[in-house]
Design a protein around this ligand. Sequence first.
Ligand code: UD1
Length: 416
Amino acid sequence: MHKLIINGNKELKGEISISGAKNCAVALIPAALLCDEDVTISNVPNISDVDALEEILIHLDAKIDRKNNGEVVIHSGSINNKPIDEELAKKLRASYYFMGALLGKYKHVEMSFPGGCSIGKRPIDLHLKGFKALGAKVSGDDENIILDADELTGADIYLDFASVGATINIMLAAVRAKGTTIIKNAAKEPEIPNIAEYLNAMGAKIKGAGTDIITIEGVDYLKSCTHTVLPDRIEAGTYIILGAACAKNLVVKNIVPKHIDSLLEKLKEMNVKMKIGKNSVTVKQSKRLKATEIITLVYPGFPTDLQQIMASLMTQAKGESSIDETIWENRFLNLYEMLKMGAKIEVNGSKAYITGPTKLKGTEINATDLRAGAGLVVAALLAEGTTTINNADYILRGYENIVDKLRKIGADVELV
Ligand code: UD1
């Protein structure tokens, strides 16, 4: 396990360029299995979640060529549809996308349940509801899942919750089903139209991605394509919040500002001064931050993935801020670590109350999950003295070159 050692309270200024979106790349890579020809994906972030997917592709005998410039070429014409065991599947939550891709292509999947950050119960019942509606039989035990179908047939599928993973997974299986599938109450996160564009470039017929009704007309064959991963809105949001918390001047570039509109509006309410450009946001620390309230919601609401990072900024705002986490049950573990740094926080069920402004002090803390870790990096950069963040591997799952990016703007950060 790695540790991040951060000496806080330094002058931060400069530019950070945002990488390709983790949550998009982790679906695009398994989805390449649906096609028998070369698939080229560019702007793939170099993060450990992508390493874990590469291991699964190699296990299935797919050919994967990861270049230094973020381009990944996948050839899965002659893969072996072998069971994916616990060691491989548990490395990341998104291993569940192999279910949709392998079911779509081979009508058979055997794999261990997915792993990932412990931020809640993380069931996959909606994914399975979709696969069953398409004609798959679901069997297995507490550890493994087996999906089988003679053939997949298009169906109308209503999602009881607009789940990102279930929407994408059903799309993957349905592109190779016979007939038309309609996903109702589909998730609308920006990653979904990007993934649909990629599948359409392979020859799929998907309409409505990015709205709450997605229509997929099944096709027999998917062909070679090239595709670019969209910029990571959560990485962008993380660095913008960091800029608002403690930068003299920070330009966060290569982003799509409208994908983080809910964050930018909240920051304006807090009195953060920003210049919003076409592909960038320039931001600096504000001395008079006002307390605010956030409620995490599905897109275009405030993203749960930025809530833990906002918590660090809230310690600097005057008055009582609050967070109402409605998506995940266990997403406040970062707050207990921030208490050790001197933050004033109360947690009551799914709500947290943060009173500021408080001067944070460096100490030894633990990253408990990916975004908790990112929030603690912001807290450590704000704090006086040295902070050691244990279990930093969580952070490396989703932030490409975080140490280099932070050093370039003047942060004193070391990964050991
Ligand atoms: C994705 C993101 C994650 C983000 C989340 C919500 C990826 C790889 N991860 O996760 O970073 O926090 O969206 O924006 O893209 N649920 C069910 N049954 C299911 C599936 C989900 O009840 O079958 C519930 C979950 O318990 C949770 C909610 O739906 O309460 C949201 O889950 P979902 O949108 O599926 O999140 P993920 O796709 O896993």
